[in-house]
Design a protein around this ligand. Structure first.
Ligand SMILES: O=C(O)[C@H](O)COP(=O)(O)O
Length: 236
């Protein structure tokens, strides 16, 4: 039985400032680094065969900090094109002894459009709590000039089906390091959540969410904490 480990990046410098971030490429805060290292500690002994991250540095940092604690092998970013691909080839025996890391914009955070850079509380004052909640948590209402969760799913789900599921089918344990809303779209798909349920789905930063894959099905094990599993998604 293979395992799917989903992780939302640790707190970023803009999460800390309470700013809409989306595709703005800001790194982890010190607390975010600690969260990622803590997750790595919990997953230390787990065999991780392949890693997928978004193209944004906060998710890449999180994946790398988790892997820095892991005993499965050295993570190596597999660049797709040109010299980054050709000149990154390893010729010695260590050419086989690594954990491949694939980066893709398909896993990037929801594009927050005109809200990027705005303070979330300021936005509530200007547009009202209800409107801001709809932009942030609804399924098909897009923030101004940005992506709804439905739009986000149109790029995350094909990638999930075409790149991530085949690795699970091969019996590999997969780590996916991504974002609040790109992961909400993936969890919505896996769990077949309704629009009403996804409105309440919030994924905490830096906490591994574990699924087991067998015979084409993904079963939730739960969020992994030091004390054990929280089996609930807390959407009721
Ligand atoms: O892009 C952002 O601002 C955050 O990563 C997620 O935003 P949210 O809390 O509105 O889902």
């Amino acid at each position: 039985m293979s395992k799917l480990i989903l992780i939302r990046h640790g707190e970023s410098l803009w999460n800390k400032l309470n700013l809409f971030t989306g595709w703005v490429d800001v790194p982890l805060s010190e607390r975010g680094i600690e969260e990622a290292l803590k997750a790595g500690e919990l997953l230390k002994e787990w065999k991780i065969d392949v890693v997928f991250t978004s193209e944004l540095v906060r998710a890449i940092q999180t994946a790398m900090l988790v892997m820095s604690k892991n005993t499965s092998g050295v993570p190596k970013i597999e660049h797709e094109n040109g010299k980054m691909k050709d000149w990154g080839i390893v010729y010695g025996e260590h050419g086989k002894n690594y954990v491949p890391v694939y980066k893709s914009w398909h896993l990037n955070e929801r594009y927050y459009g005109k809200l990027q850079g705005f303070n979330k509380d300021e936005a509530k004052k200007i547009y009202g709590e209800e409107q801001v909640l709809l932009w942030r948590r609804s399924y098909d209402i897009a923030p101004p000039g940005g992506e709804s969760l439905k739009d986000t799913a149109e790029r995350t789900i094909p990638y999930f089906k075409e790149k991530i599921i085949p690795e699970l089918e091969k019996g590999k344990n997969v780590l996916v390091s991504a974002h609040g809303n790109s992961l909400r779209s993936i969890v919505m798909h896996i769990e077949k959540l309704t629009k009403e349920q996804v409105l309440k789905l919030n994924i905490p930063t830096g906490v591994p969410l574990i699924y087991e894959y067998s015979e084409g099905k993904l079963e939730r094990v739960g969020y992994l904490y030091e004390w054990g599993y929280d089996k609930s998604l807390h959407i009721e």
